[in-house]
Design a protein around this ligand. Structure first.
Ligand SMILES: [Zn+2]
Length: 263
């Protein structure tokens, strides 16, 4: 377990339960506060930075978006929507040393809020190479698909064991399982969502799904203001959903900013 609480008063409420960190892999599953509770606790239920920055063009070397969304339905308040982006999010900043420490302090996937038992579908063709492989984290149940180019997609916090077994060949859009709630997987009353990661073939790096999945991403957040932590020594870096660093699992924290702004 790697547990570092630099500001005890800020994290005291978390400290009581943040104890089950799985080294090297994925998100821990044992925390006390859900995201909304935590942001409220941290006084962050206020306007957040803009999601977009038209002045920052996407890098020219971005890969082609070859995957599709993990849902069959369009986004909406009763279906699904993005509730946490990949990268340097404010939520990940606060938990950079306790949940996301092995992922350099970044949120290394995208969280889609959705009711429990929402159908979760493969983002691309591939083979199921993980079914409840918790060495990847993102329990209590997960599914992992290896795509023809070697990428891995991980579907985390499923409500029950995947609907497809290890070794099954799947096509884009095939049903993999049903979404759950990472904190209350029985009652689904806490923070039901799907955590989706895309990892490089070595599985030791996670990349920003925004660049690889075809979607109207800005609409998919339903207008929610989901902020990123700002490093005042370089305040424009990592402030858009497109401009986020790759995650190297086990690498140094990237967001331990000396001069910080969280609005
Ligand atoms: Zn997540």
């Amino acid at each position: 377990m790697r547990l570092r609480l630099a500001r005890r008063s800020e994290n005291a409420l978390l400290a009581a339960r943040l104890s089950a960190h799985s080294p090297q892999r994925g998100e821990a599953v044992s925390v006390w506060l859900n995201r909304r509770q935590f942001l409220k606790f941290a006084g962050l239920a206020v306007p957040a930075p803009k999601l977009t920055s038209a002045a920052l063009p996407a890098p020219a070397d971005q890969p082609e978006a070859i995957y599709q969304l993990p849902f069959a339905t369009p986004p909406g308040p009763s279906t699904w929507y993005v509730e946490q982006w990949y990268g340097n999010t404010i939520f990940a900043y606060y938990l950079r040393s306790v949940i996301y420490g092995e992922g350099q302090g970044l949120h290394f996937g995208i969280d889609f809020a959705c009711p429990c038992e929402t159908e979760v579908r493969a983002i691309g063709d591939g083979v199921v190479v993980g079914a409840d492989d918790l060495s990847f984290g993102s329990g209590p149940h997960n599914a992992i698909v290896r795509h023809p180019n070697g990428d891995l997609s991980l579907y985390g916090h499923l409500h029950r064991a995947p609907a497809v077994p290890w070794g099954r060949t799947v096509a884009a859009g095939d049903l993999l399982g049903y979404s759950g709630d990472w904190l209350d997987n029985v009652g689904c009353a806490s923070s039901p969502h799907l955590h989706l990661e895309i990892r490089r073939p070595d599985r030791g790096h996670a990349v920003n799904p925004v660049h690889l999945i075809k979607a109207d991403w800005h609409s998919a957040a339903l207008g929610q203001a989901l902020g990123f932590a700002k490093d005042l020594s370089d305040p424009r870096r990592w402030q858009t959903i497109e401009d986020q660093p790759e995650t190297t699992f086990g690498g140094r924290l990237l967001n331990d900013f000396a001069r910080l702004w969280l609005r």
